[in-house]
Design a binder for this molecule. Structure first.
Ligand code: NAP
Length: 312
């Protein structure tokens, strides 16, 4: 029989790690399961400048998440690396099953976050890892001296475009409208950066190349005109980074929990429709998806899990 935990946390981003910190400090027997390295979405971020008190020079998503994980471990939170394939949420004991076996707990905090939404162009899968990427921090350095294109107009697209200027010769933001969605302060930095250009009212419809990405077809959504962008002969390739939003990681729960546009519905105490099941961070329906709100959700979820356990 598998060990029974008080709290099981699915996901090691800021929401899950903060839930772990609070559950651990409450001396609850806590297990955190994450399929990769800690950090979730912020592990893909080169720069975290809006987490309160974060003024450390050179702080990255990875370094911030690393300290959060260390803080969790200090309070006795156990960690497993596993990819969960099955979830049973009803009843007094919640069960998750992954490649490493089954995990049982009296409460569960779902903090599985979200993953990058595909750009939606033809041949996208074929060129992923061969010119198309969704992580500037991971892959930006491969495009040193080359031309790079960024699809999207939100905070991620514009912040990551700025980061990519450290490596690329030129970065062009391709946005489907004629105005950015990103925060004004981020926009100002992009407009002032001589390496950043904009292609408005446009979407990428096709990726091409022999072995690596060397051409993009872009469609003007107002006129319908198609334009082919080709890498120069000397460059031989170009980069395309996709930052067109996210898809919530909720496939496991689709049949068990009420969702809205794929995101889990909770009350303000992070309770879902099933007693003992909480959701925190980007995976739930909310108006602001930031590290600070994910961390706050995690803290609330852990405190509510503790209350639920005390009432049982
Ligand atoms: P987002 O805010 O949802 O923006 C997605 C962008 O992609 C939008 O500009 C959208 O265009 C565009 N888009 C969506 N679907 C598209 C498609 N099929 N084809 C072309 N373009 C498409 O996503 P995000 O930038 O990843 O940010 C997610 C959340 O994290 C947000 O709440 C954001 O504030 C937060 N975040 C914060 C920071 C920070 O504070 N430093 C950094 C990164 C992310 P439209 O504008 O036309 O809808």
């Amino acid at each position: 029989m598998s060990e029974l935990y008080d709290v099981m946390i699915l996901g090691g981003g800021p929401a899950g790690l903060t839930a772990g910190l609070y559950a651990g400090r409450s001396r609850l027997k806590t297990l955190l399961i994450e399929k990769g390295a800690p950090g979730g979405q912020i592990a893909l971020s080169a720069d975290v400048e809006n987490y309160p008190g974060q003024l450390l020079e050179g702080e990255t998503g990875v370094s911030l998440a690393g300290r959060m994980a260390e803080q969790c471990a200090r309070f006795g939170v156990e960690r497993r690396t596993d990819e969960i394939r099955q979830a049973e949420l009803k009843g007094g004991v919640k069960r998750l099953v992954g490649g490493g076996g089954e995990y049982l707990a009296r409460t569960i905090i779902i903090a599985s976050g979200a993953s990058p939404r595909p750009i939606g162009c033809e041949n996208e899968k074929e060129f992923t890892g061969r010119g198309i990427s969704y992580c500037a921090t991971c892959d930006g350095a491969f495009f040193r001296g080359l031309e790079v294109y960024v699809a999207g107009g939100g905070d991620s697209a514009v912040e990551e475009a700025l980061f990519l200027t450290r490596f690329a010769r030129k970065v062009t933001i391709i946005h489907r409208r004629d105005a950015l969605r990103a925060a004004k302060s981020i926009q100002e930095r992009a407009f002032a950066n001589p390496k950043i250009a904009f292609l408005w009212d446009s979407v990428v419809v096709r990726a091409d190349g022999d072995d690596v990405l060397s051409a993009l077809t872009v469609k003007n959504v107002k006129t319908g005109a198609l334009t082919e962008i080709r890498a120069s002969r000397e460059d031989g390739m170009l980069g395309l980074f996709g930052f067109v939003g996210h898809l919530p990681s909720t496939e496991l729960f689709r049949e068990q929990l009420p969702l809205e546009n794929g995101y889990i519905l909770t009350d303000e105490d992070m309770r879902t429709a099933i007693p003992g099941v909480f959701a925190a961070g980007d995976v739930r329906v909310k108006s602001l998806r930031q590290v600070v709100t994910a961390a706050a959700d995690g803290a609330i979820a852990a405190v509510q899990a503790e209350r639920y356990l005390a009432e049982q």
